[in-house]
Ligand binder design. Structure first.
Ligand code: RP5
Length: 187
């Protein structure tokens, strides 16, 4: 038996870098107010993506078609947001081999948001959904970018720069706090 580790080359070619790599879907256009944060951060990282509405309950056949065709259309990751009885991320994950990131949304039919969180989080063994915090579409976008970054150095470098900027923001606040004292706040 050959126990040499296999080389996996997943570098994206130019055409792949131009087409949408990430699909952002949501159960209703009323979710857009939350989900647009995923698109905004992906734009910041220069990652092509698409945004559309796919409802597990109102358009089940569209959901199946979207999930079945996602990989062959060149998508690498799906971000799926839904509120209330939030079945979209899990159902899409049950069909596609792509990683699915779920965004629980506190929506008009949510009791308190826990309904959406648990509907997306508590998946059975074999069908994972990477669930972010309630309404945390920005984090879903960052996680999707990190997955793309495993194959694309330029994206990975942008993520490192982004994390450095988060670090620097805190260090600046620490210096300001030390200089001005905590009683004056951070403004
Ligand atoms: C869910 O129902 C959607 O994801 C949305 O969060 C919620 C409410 O949808 P609308 O009634 O606003 O269309 O399926």
């Amino acid at each position: 038996m050959d126990d040499k580790p296999q080389t996996i080359n997943c570098k994206l070619n130019h055409k792949q870098q131009m087409n949408p790599l990430i699909g952002i879907i949501m159960g209703s256009d009323s979710d857009l107010v939350v989900m647009e944060a995923a698109s905004a951060i992906l734009k910041q990282f220069g990652i092509p993506h698409e945004v559309t509405v796919v409802s597990a309950h109102r358009t089940p056949l569209r959901m199946v078609e979207y999930a079945q065709k996602a990989k062959e259309r060149g998508l690498k990751v799906i971000i799926a947001g839904a509120g209330g009885a939030a079945h979209l991320p899990g159902m899409v994950a049950s069909i596609t081999p792509l990683p699915v990131i779920g965004v629980p949304i506190k929506s008009s039919n949510s009791i308190d948001g826990w309904d959406s969180v648990l509907s997306i989080l508590q998946m059975p063994n074999g069908v994972p959904v990477a669930t972010v915090a309630l309404n945390a579409a920005k984090n879903a976008g960052i996680l999707a970018a990190e997955i793309i970054g495993t194959c694309d150095d330029s994206v990975s470098k942008k993520l490192s720069a982004y994390k450095n900027s988060l670090n620097n923001e805190v260090i600046e606040k620490v210096a300001k706090l030390k200089k001005d004292g905590w009683e004056n706040g951070f403004d």
